[in-house]
Structures are given as structure tokens and as C-alpha cells.
Write a new protein. Structure first.
Length: 537
């Protein structure tokens, strides 16, 4: 083996960088191994056509924890996020709905469709914010580990107290959000189908499910516990794309002494005497480390990087059943001009062009998209969110031109007829552009180039098994202390010295930095415990 490190991080995505930073700041020697040519994982900015750059996969920011931003001094390293002028714009067949720009503006927009829904909006937002505030607190706490003895019981009591202290009506909302479908939850608040669809979109972002699927209400909540520049629930654009965030993180790591190596795919976690001892690269090189922290999804880690004989039979069975596949098809397109929407005409830059432009015109439309994907492999009328970051960041495209991110649902991780996504990706990309063109007739003609990421492309390029942008479905059985498996929800694997620091752990997917932060603190706590034990001997 080559030089030995205190800790090896498998995967240089944002959570791996966050974990590496905290470990190095505590004095450990740390090496990050990234399989791609660029650090950042799925949060990268890359050129996909001459003169056009975009956030290749992850494309918008809200969930990144302020503590992580402050500890890594990201603002000093160029981190800058601009809030959307309008949060979301939904074009319908003969009308449109815009959210954002202030509570009064959104209420007025709702009142055009339903006066009672407009009146209900403040109470709805307040209810979600009360639950989201608890989520923010719990995001940077390790879940209590089942079977963890007295420390786990104390942790469970402490975290449970946060819920118990909530007003009774908020506790009821917690139960509803974790157990109900998005449709059931929203039916309890609003009447108009288009208004409900505006909120229901968040319930299927990265979620291979319909709005009528039990548990989908939680995914809606997951997307509102973030903040931008101190404004809760807001979403924004990182100037320079998502890669600007991870490049700033990498700079923070290097300043603390972290070694970062790209083009270094890990093939195997090495285990000696039941304990992690390092890794073997695909090149055959072995690197020794007393700690290995994996910033890859649990499905990739335990099904491909760990010898089955190093895991007990029950754990292997449960990991075999770990659910992945977010139903995501991701595209980037270079545009000669802005889309000209039939219901809100104009190619000149306007507020709705800076928004998340959501094509999901109704609750039944969203459910049919999921039903289609299960039967046919993809939705014949897909859900599409269009984000045009060049309206806020002129560094991404030539003057007068634009780049757009198309985040699309629902697309089966594996096609039901057994065929490959490689066969269908171009035709499905055409379908997606057709869907946008139905609302903005100039869209097809404005497309100069496109970059396609089918679920299979996402798996091959970023190591996202099943194309799952969250490293695993965020269903009730795969959340909190049960993420990824009950008994290992505290970032510690069944193998001593092997830890998990990616989105397949609490609090789940998105660019949060929380799993990396929490895993690093679990590692440091274990090292302190070992040192105390050795001193007592």
C-alpha cells in the first residue's frame, strides 16, 4: 500500500467534501478520492456546448445548511446565491399561476382562482414552517440508533422532545406529512386543483411516485425546510452554477490539508479482521486508511464496493431491498432566445423567466405521469421544471443567449420491457421538448444544443444507482433512524471504521451538507471514545 491516511473519503461530492473538511480541521490526515475528472459529484458546473455552461445535474440551491456555509467560510471563497424573483410559474392551457414575489402577491394570484384558497395560504405556510423549523434543527443531529443502548435512548428522548413541545395542531400536521399522500394533505387545505398542483410538484421532485402515493407529502416538506440568505423556504441560483459551491468547498478542504485526487474510482473497500483498512482503486492501487467514509449511495457501497462476506445475512438482505430510483430524466439545453409562453407572451426577460417554470397542470396530470412510467417506462405527458439560470447569471451563456435546466419526472429507473435507456433517450428527449413547446411555441426552434441524462446516464456518470438523485427513495421506511437501515442510521456501517456520509443517510437528498457534517462528528466522537478507553487501560 501507499501512504497511510487517518481517513479516506470515497466520492468527492459536496457531502464528501464537507466530511473531509471537518475531519481535517480536527487534525486528521484526509484524502478524498473522486471517480470523475472534476470534484463536486452531481453538484458541478460544466460546458456542454461551446460558450454554454450549466449546472450539469443538481441545479438549484436552498437546503445547504448555514452552519456548513459559515464553518467552511464559503462566502469568503466566492459563494453567492441569488434568490429567484418569482419562485414558480405554472403555465396552464388557458391561464397561468405565479408564486412568490411576496406573500401579498401570491395571495392575489390565488384569489384569481379561488378566494378561499387565497385566504387559507397564510395558515398553510405557517403550518409548514412550524414543522420545517424542527426539520432544520434535526438535520444536523444524528438520529438515535436502534439497539444503541442508553446513549440512543437519551438521543431519542431529546429529539422526540422537539416534537412533543410543538402545539397539538402542529403535531397533527407532522403525522399528516409523514403518513399521508400529497393529495390527501393538500385536499385538507385547498380547493382549486391548479393551486394544489403548484404545491404538489414538490412532492414528486426526485420521487418516483404520484401525488396520491402514501408518504409523498413528506417529500413536499423536505423541499421547504431550506433557506436562501436567511429567508426560509426560498430557493435560489448559485452564481457560477452549483460547481461554484463545490469548488469553494474543495478550496476550504485544501486549506485544511486535505488531499483531493480526481480520476480515482474506488473498486473495493478493504476489510481486515472485521475493520475497514483502506480502499483499492480500479487501477489496482491500494490506499491504507484507518477510517473510510463513503459518500456514495448505500446501494453502490454495499452491493458493489464491499465483499458480501463482510456483511451479515440480514443486512445483505435488507440492502438488497433498499429502494432506489427517483424517476428523474435530466437535460441541459442551449437556447438562442427565451421561451415565449402562449399564456404570458414575450421573449424579453421578465420575472417568470427567472422562476422555476413548472409544467404540471393539475393533480391528475401528475398522477398520470407516474402511472404512465410504471406501464410504459416514461410519462407520455411528463412533469417538467425549466430553470433558466442565465437570466440571473450572465457568465453561463453568450450575450443574448441562454441555458436552461430541464428537470423531468416520471421516468422508470429500469424500463418495464427490459430494453436499455440508451435505445430511447433521444426520442424521450424529443418528447420532453415537445411538452415545453406545447406551452412555448418557439422553444423547439430555439434549442441550439442539448445534453441528455437518462436514469442510466445519471447512474453511469455520477454513480447514482437507478439514476436516484437522493441516493435512495425517501419513503417512511428509509428515513431518519431507518436511513438506510434501522440499526445503522447513525452514519456507522456494520463494518468497524467504515462510515456513510452521503445522501443515503439522514436527512436525505439535496445539497444540504448535513450528512457530511453529521458523519464527521460521528467519526470524531468514536475516535475520542477510543482514546479515552486506551487511557483507562
Amino acid at each position: 500500500m501507499t501512504k497511510r491516511y487517518d481517513a479516506i473519503i470515497v466520492g468527492g461530492g459536496h457531502n464528501g467534501l464537507v466530511c473531509a473538511f471537518y475531519l481535517a480541521r480536527a487534525g486528521l490526515s484526509v484524502r478524498v478520492l473522486e471517480r470523475r475528472h472534476v470534484v463536486g459529484g452531481a453538484a458541478v458546473t460544466e460546458a456542454f456546448h461551446p460558450g454554454f455552461r450549466n449546472s450539469t445535474a443538481s441545479y438549484t440551491v436552498s437546503l445547504l445548511r448555514p452552519k456548513v456555509i459559515a464553518d467552511m467560510r464559503l462566502h469568503e471563497r466566492g459563494y453567492r446565491v441569488v434568490e429567484r424573483t418569482i419562485s414558480n410559474f405554472l403555465p396552464f392551457a388557458d391561464d397561468y399561476l405565479m408564486l412568490g414575489g411576496g406573500a401579498g402577491r401570491t395571495q392575489a394570484a390565488f384569489a384569481r382562482f379561488n378566494a378561499r384558497d387565497a385566504a387559507a395560504l397564510p395558515a398553510y405556510e405557517a403550518a409548514l414552517e412550524r414543522v420545517a423549523s424542527v426539520m432544520r434543527t434535526l438535520a444536523l443531529k444524528a438520529p438515535p440508533n436502534a439497539g444503541g443502548g442508553l446513549p440512543a435512548l437519551i438521543a431519542a428522548a431529546g429529539q422526540g422532545r422537539l416534537i412533543a413541545k410543538l402545539p397539538l395542531e402542529t403535531q397533527r400536521d407532522v403525522i399528516d406529512l409523514f403518513a399521508k399522500s400529497a393529495r390527501e394533505f393538500l385536499d385538507g387545505w385547498f380547493e382549486d386543483d391548479r393551486i394544489k398542483a403548484a404545491f404538489a410538484f414538490d412532492a414528486v421532485v426526485g420521487n418516483y411516485a404520484g401525488v396520491s402515493t402514501p408518504g409523498s407529502a413528506y417529500v413536499l416538506l423536505h423541499h421547504v425546510f431550506g433557506e436562501v440568505n436567511g429567508k426560509y423556504g426560498a430557493w435560489g441560483h448559485s452564481i457560477g452554477g452549483m460547481g461554484a459551491i463545490t469548488q469553494a468547498m474543495a478550496a476550504a478542504c485544501v486549506e485544511e490539508g486535505v488531499e483531493i485526487t480526481c480520476d480515482a474510482p474506488v473498486a473495493r473497500v478493504l476489510v481486515d479482521g472485521g475493520r475497514a483498512a483502506g480502499v483499492r482503486l480500479e487501477s489496482g492501487e491500494e490506499i491504507a486508511g484507518g477510517i473510510v467514509a463513503a459518500n456514495v449511495g448505500p446501494a453502490l457501497l454495499y452491493r458493489q464496493m464491499v465483499e458480501p462476506s463482510d456483511l451479515d445475512a440480514d443486512f445483505r438482505r435488507r440492502i438488497a431491498g433498499y429502494k432506489t430510483g427517483s424517476g428523474t430524466f435530466r437535460m441541459n439545453v442551449a437556447l438562442s432566445e427565451l421561451p415565449d409562453f402562449t399564456v404570458l407572451p414575450g421573449k424579453a426577460l421578465a420575472g417568470h423567466h427567472t422562476a422555476g417554470i413548472v409544467i404540471a397542470p393539475g393533480m391528475d396530470y401528475i398522477d398520470r405521469a407516474y402511472d404512465d412510467a410504471r406501464v410504459h417506462g416514461w410519462s407520455r405527458k411528463p412533469i417538467v421544471e425549466i430553470k433558466i439560470p442565465s437570466t440571473l447569471d450572465d457568465s453561463l451563456a453568450p450575450r443574448g443567449m441562454h441555458v436552461a435546466s430541464l428537470f423531468c419526472q416520471q421516468f422508470a429507473p429500469e424500463l418495464p420491457d427490459g430494453s436499455s435507456w440508451d435505445v430511447h433517450r433521444e426520442a424521450v428527449a424529443d418528447l420532453i421538448i415537445d411538452t415545453v413547446t406545447d406551452h412555448a411555441p418557439n422553444f423547439w426552434a430555439s434549442v441550439i444544443a442539448r445534453q441528455i441524462h437518462s436514469p442510466l446516464d445519471l447512474e453511469r456518470k455520477f454513480g447514482l444507482v437507478g439514476g436516484d438523485i437522493f441516493h435512495g427513495r425517501m419513503s417512511l421506511d428509509q428515513l431518519w433512524a431507518a436511513r438506510p437501515v434501522l440499526g445503522h442510521g447513525d452514519y456507522r456501517s456494520p463494518i468497524r471504521g467504515l462510515y456513510m456520509c452521503g445522501s443515503g443517510t439522514h436527512p436525505g437528498g439535496g445539497v444540504t451538507g448535513a450528512p457530511g457534517h453529521n458523519a464527521a462528528h460521528a467519526i470524531l466522537a468514536d475516535r475520542l471514545r477510543i482514546r479515552r478507553w486506551l487511557r483507562r487501560r
